[in-house]
Design a protein around this ligand. Structure first.
Ligand code: NAD
Length: 294
């Protein structure tokens, strides 16, 4: 396939649902070969089949990449399949519980740290030697919550703050190897997490989250994937150490600005990617599991 990512090999974590599914489709459409990584129970096979049916080149890997040996196995699987690595997308993450800190469970805290921070560190650690060879790119999913915090899921905002600083430090130390590192920082996106029926947010939090955007609506997974495609491409060859906010203006809003946006301007753009699992999220599957197949 021709496109901005033609000839590049990428690994996308959390690729079975939500934003990761969109990144996988977008990258393949732009010509990248993609190893799609997800937890056991994620619809990785569906995504792989849909991408390949559309003319892309995608393989799956099932495993919890917050486990060192599975992160290592995921990188190895990509190399065995495609012979090189140009782009690592650390997109996998969890948003497990909505509770004030005094009530927040230790279990959710530990799992949030594993998937949102340790997995990013491990995947990056094992991918870097290969990215140094290809002069590649590390991308990671931060969040406006990493900059301004997340009330009622304060640990989540904390993990995204880690991702922001981790990527900036990485950008500085890895420039001498020709490796770029950038963070995409979404605001509320139209995936499972931001809807009361598919995620832990209650109605008040859902309403406040959407109204806190300047644009008065959630972003779409495809809108976020578009930013990833740019940052992964050679068009972004002078961009490193960036926190690239694609948050509908949440970071700069000084109140519920979204409530002032008329309904007709709140409409999301029509999708062009054939997404099937935008709202599947974590469902009821376990958030840590080992496995390691592809
Ligand atoms: P999602 O639940 O649809 O996708 C996350 C995927 O990651 C899931 O398929 C999950 O199974 C997978 N995953 C989680 N931990 C994993 C692990 N240890 N190993 C392998 N796979 C794992 O959610 P989403 O909304 O698409 O979120 C994707 C990323 O975007 C996350 O990092 C999230 O923090 C970030 N983000 C989302 C929003 C939003 O509003 N949805 C806003 C800002 C940032």
């Amino acid at each position: 396939m021709n496109g901005r990512l033609a000839g590049k090999v990428s690994i996308v974590t959390g690729a079975g649902t939500g934003i990761g599914e969109a990144i996988t489709h977008k990258f393949a459409r732009e010509g990248a070969k993609v190893l799609a990584v997800g937890l056991n129970g994620d619809p990785i096979d569906d995504v792989v089949n849909a991408v390949n049916a559309a003319g892309g080149d995608c393989q799956g890997f099932i495993g919890d990449v917050s486990e060192p040996e599975l992160a290592q196995a995921a990188v190895k699987a990509g190399l065995q399949q495609y012979g090189r690595l140009d782009v690592l997308v650390n997109n996998a993450g969890v948003f497990l519980e909505v509770a004030e800190c005094q009530d927040y469970s230790l279990e959710a805290f530990d799992t949030t740290l594993l998937s949102n921070t340790r997995a990013v560190f491990l995947m990056t650690k094992y991918a870097l030697p290969h990215l140094q060879q290809s002069h590649g790119v590390v991308l990671a999913t931060g969040s406006e919550a990493g900059a301004i915090g997340e009330p009622n899921n304060a640990p989540y905002g904390g993990t995204k703050g880690f991702v922001h600083a981790f990527i900036r430090g990485l950008a500085v130390e890895q420039g001498k190897y020709g490796v770029r590192a950038n963070c995409v920082c979404p605001g509320p996106v139209d995936t499972a997490w931001t809807h009361t029926d598919t995620g832990p947010m209650d109605e008040q939090m859902e309403k406040m989250t959407v109204e806190a955007t300047v644009l008065g609506r959630r972003g779409t997974p495809e809108e976020i994937a578009n930013v990833y495609a740019f940052l992964a491409s050679d068009e972004a060859s002078n961009v490193t150490g960036a926190l690239w906010f694609a948050d509908g203006g949440t970071l700069v809003a000084k109140g519920p600005m979204g409530a002032m946006v008329p309904d007709e301007l709140r409409r999301q753009p029509e999708p062009s990617l054939p997404l099937q699992h935008s709202h599947d999220g974590l469902g009821n599957k376990p958030t840590t599991n080992r496995l390691g197949t592809h």
